[in-house]
Design a protein around this ligand. Structure first.
Ligand SMILES: [Zn+2]
Length: 89
């Protein structure tokens, strides 16, 4: 039986994609936004395409801040960008 892949929405382009195609950012219980590279951290999550276009869009529109209702620090965006430039999907 094929495994069911969850679908999540990118905060930047609003497209719905399979979860493994998206990067997850989490608001931890301590109230900090972090890039969740393994997709396993507890807390409220937001998703974004693994694409520099969507990342730039999210930075400009502050979509991640709005989705998580918390300030996103530059190191989170840097971690995302580094991951996206690796071409990891
Ligand atoms: Zn997107």
């Amino acid at each position: 039986m094929p495994k069911k892949i969850p679908i999540r929405q990118c905060v930047a382009c609003r497209e719905h994609k399979e979860k493994p195609l998206l990067a997850r950012i989490v608001r931890t219980p301590e109230g900090k936004a972090v890039y969740d590279a393994r997709g396993k951290l507890p807390g409220k999550g937001a998703y974004i395409c693994r694409s520099a276009v969507c990342l730039d869009k999210a930075i400009k529109s502050r979509a991640l801040s709005r989705a998580l209702e918390i300030e996103i620090t530059p190191d989170v965006y840097e971690a995302l960008r580094a991951r996206m430039e690796e071409g990891d999907a």
